[in-house]
Write a protein that binds this ligand. Structure first.
Ligand code: HEC
Length: 174
């Protein structure tokens, strides 16, 4: 828990204790001056104050959670630790291999057979598809075909990268 939240809870507790003391004092006074209605009023007010204090402590705790979540949305500046990964990808640009594209994009469906996708390595499922000719396979991979989305949802893939991924799947499904 953050310092702000702890402080908030402490303040809440302190107010709570003060309120409890007030209530006890009032109960004691009840025996002295018997102003029962007054006692009830003060008890209610004291309880409300205690609840308000507890709620404000919670609000402070909430705020500190927001604070902790914040870094996720912050900008990643060049030179920052978080920017290192981006630089790495940029540095290794150039066409990705069919293996890479398959592994990062196509495997989502083609490793599991999700949505009826022919699985990598399933020769029986691939043979009739390969039988249509590679041009049809490429076209279906690029433009989409039934449950197969255009470019297999890899929007930053070049046509050649998609074709390489098709080759990779066909090669490994004989
Ligand atoms: C969202 C799931 C999904 C993703 C991601 C996906 N595919 Fe598919 N793919 C399918 C489905 C479903 C089919 C079967 C479509 C049919 O035959 O009705 C299919 C079929 C294919 C076929 C055979 C087409 C034919 O003519 O029989 C090829 C080739 C193919 N996908 C390539 C790829 C490539 C390359 C990628 C990655 C760049 C990829 N797919 C990513 C779901 C997916």
């Amino acid at each position: 828990m953050s310092n702000a939240a702890q402080l908030g809870l402490l303040i809440g507790q302190a107010i709570g204790i003060i309120c409890a003391k007030t209530i006890l004092t009032q109960i004691f006074r009840l025996y002295v001056d018997l102003s029962f209605v007054e006692l009830i009023m003060k008890t209610v007010i004291a309880s409300l104050l205690a609840v308000a204090a507890a709620l404000s402590a919670l609000a402070i705790a909430d705020e500190s959670i927001d604070e902790r979540l914040k870094p996720a949305g912050e900008l990643c500046m060049a030179g920052d630790e978080c920017a290192a990964a981006v630089v790495e990808v940029a540095a290794s640009s150039g066409p990705r291999s069919g293996d890479d594209v398959y592994g990062s994009k196509c495997a989502t469906c083609h490793a599991t057979g999700a949505a009826g996708a022919p699985k990598l390595g399933d020769a029986g499922a691939w043979a009739p598809r390969v039988g249509q000719g590679m041009d049809i396979l490429y076209a279906h991979a690029l433009e989409g075909f039934n449950g197969m989305p255009a470019k297999g949802l890899c929007f930053d893939c070049s046509d050649d990268e998609i074709k390489a991924a098709v080759d990779h799947m066909v090669e490994n499904s004989k």
